[in-house]
Design a protein around this ligand. Structure first.
Ligand code: SAM
Ligand code: SF4
Length: 333
């Protein structure tokens, strides 16, 4: 158990950080068109990655600063060979910590039960199409069957509710949103529709391909009337089905309804760079601090200083927007 800090981890605009996204690897076994190039990226070498001990120590410092939620991500976090050990180590920090993991689901059949036993609370599984050939076109892998197997294993392991992340891209999969809502009703999943963001390696993002959450919501509402759930600290706005069917739909509207004013997140990349915004152009090198022998208090000061300088918000909607060099997979979405 880590003693929480007296002062919250806040920025100069009064936003308080409680949510840490930790990337375990930059590698991935998929090549989603909106994220990675077909040929992959130059991967980090093993010594460049934070070690399990370094991850554990950093997480303890963040929890000491008031972080209550840690999401493990990547790249594909299940490719990190110590993923189960990392979950167990983080669980040991604090039983109350909300510990979740985002995965493409390909290896979940193997990992769902061990992750649950190690203390993982929640799973987000990404799936952008229920049509085999479209799924293959979007991920560049013929793997929809494996994702279904993974989802079944996650349910059997007791994860509930499972969140399904679906990036909606105009002209590609926007005709499936009502089918995804139907899946939510059938399975009890929380399906989250994510607006397409300019973080793709191919620089193919165009404003015209962003499908506004409001339009997705309206299309679903026309078939299955929705009622809004009271909004929590999360960026997603969640809706239940008015007829009381199981499941829900949520919307992460980073482009059309930015939630920067209430952002409570920071990210640490697989090689230990702190990013206080998904779209940040600057990073703070926590790995160097860890390997230079800095104390926990010194690490905490570095983190506090970086968070204090967090900018007001991303500038996707401004003409002077600059896309970060890192892709989503190298940041940790
Ligand atoms: N590999 C895991 C997965 O796909 O779930 C975890 C990492 S992935 C980068 C995390 C989330 O980011 C996924 O739900 C993915 O769909 C989303 N994502 C990736 N690129 C995106 C983009 N350009 N716009 C919006 N969401 C994106
Ligand atoms: Fe891999 Fe996830 Fe990026 Fe797809 S979105 S390429 S699964 S990291």
């Amino acid at each position: 158990m880590v003693e929480p800090a007296a002062a919250p981890l806040a920025d100069a605009r009064g936003r308080v950080v409680t949510d840490l996204r930790l990337s375990l690897t930059d590698r991935c076994n998929f090549r989603c068109t909106y994220c990675m190039p077909a040929e992959g990226l130059p991967w980090l070498s093993r010594p460049e990655l934070l070690t399990v001990d370094e991850i554990d120590r950093l997480a303890r410092v963040f929890v000491g600063l008031g972080v209550t939620e840690v999401k493990l991500t990547g790249g594909e976090p299940t490719l990190r060979r110590e993923v189960v050990e990392i979950v167990a180590r983080l669980r040991a920090i604090d039983n109350e910590l909300d510990l979740s993991l985002t995965t493409n689901g390909f290896l979940l059949e193997r990992f769902a039960a061990p992750l649950r036993e190690a203390g993982l609370d929640r799973l987000n599984v990404s799936c952008d199409s229920m049509l085999r050939h479209r799924f293959e076109a979007m991920t560049r892998r013929d793997a929809l069957g494996k994702v279904h197997d993974g989802l079944a294993a996650a349910e059997a392991a007791g994860f509930s509710p499972i969140k399904l992340n679906c990036v909606v891209i105009g002209g590609t999969n926007d005709d499936e949103v009502v089918d995804f809502a139907r899946l939510a009703r059938r399975s009890g999943y929380d399906v989250r529709f994510i607006e397409y963001m300019p973080l793709d390696a191919d620089h193919a993002w165009e404003r015209a391909k962003v499908v506004a959450s409001a339009d997705v919501r309206a299309a679903i509402h026309a078939s299955f009337p929705l009622v809004p759930r009271e909004r929590g600290p999360e960026p997603a706005s969640t809706f239940d089905f008015a007829d009381g069917a199981p499941g829900s739909v949520g919307f992460i509207s980073s482009v059309t309804e930015p939630f920067c004013d209430s952002c409570n997140r920071v990210r640490v990349t697989a090689e230990g760079q702190l990013r206080v915004c998904l779209f940040a152009l600057e990073e703070t090198d926590l790995r160097a601090a860890l390997r230079d022998g800095r104390s926990d208090d010194e690490l905490a000061d570095l983190i506090r200083d970086a968070v204090w300088r967090k900018w007001a918000g991303h500038r996707i909607n401004s003409p002077d927007f600059i896309q970060p060099v890192r892709t989503m997979s190298a940041i940790g979405g």
